[in-house]
Design a binder for this molecule. Structure first.
Ligand code: SF4
Ligand code: ZN
Length: 170
């Protein structure tokens, strides 16, 4: 069973206003709209008090944003808002369970990078090619027995063909 909302939340002016994002208003205009609603809200005091009591770190509560609440908390000795990683970061998704679009995207990017790194680490180190005979590389010559590292992404030639390949390209 879902926990019941505190009684005051059932009288909130923002109830059902899914068109407004009180956690992260997307524009100054949206922020102003939210604050205007809070200004006329019948449960503004309870809303602010609850955010101060729990150290809520995000969003508009009782018409005050996190920074304004932090100042109030410092001045009046309330619990300081917890410092959470910002939205749009993997820690906010993984450690704090946020599933907003920004955090989902950050998590997807993080996982993609992690998998790519792991694949790269799993690849064997390129083995150097030992030249069987001297070859010209551009303007210089590399002697027989010299070790060369293959270029990443370039198919490794068989030693016997290596001299011809470089010589014909020069
Ligand atoms: S004060 Fe603002 S955020 Fe709090 S319940 Fe009222 S409208 Fe919603
Ligand atoms: Zn988020």
């Amino acid at each position: 069973m879902l926990p019941r909302l505190p009684e005051w939340q059932t009288r909130a002016a923002c109830k059902g206003r899914v068109d407004l994002d009180f956690i992260e208003p997307k524009s100054p205009a949206e922020d102003a709209q939210c604050r205007a609603l809070c200004a006329g809200c019948p449960v503004r005091e309870q809303c602010l008090a609850s955010a101060l009591a729990t150290g809520e770190a995000w969003g508009l509560w009782g018409g005050l944003d996190a920074e304004e609440r932090l100042r109030l908390a410092e001045r009046d000795g309330h619990e300081l808002p917890a410092v959470l990683p910002a939205h749009g970061t993997n820690p906010r998704y993984a450690k704090h369970g946020c599933r907003c679009d920004l955090c989902r995207t950050a998590h997807t990017d993080y996982e993609r990078t992690r998998r790519a790194l792991r694949r790269r680490r799993a690849e064997p180190e390129p083995e150097p090619i030992m030249l069987a005979e001297p070859v010209r590389i551009g303007r210089t010559w590399a002697g027989a027995g010299q070790l060369l590292l293959p270029l990443p992404g370039v198919p490794r030639p068989r030693e016997a063909e290596f001299g011809e390949l470089v010589a014909s390209a020069a």
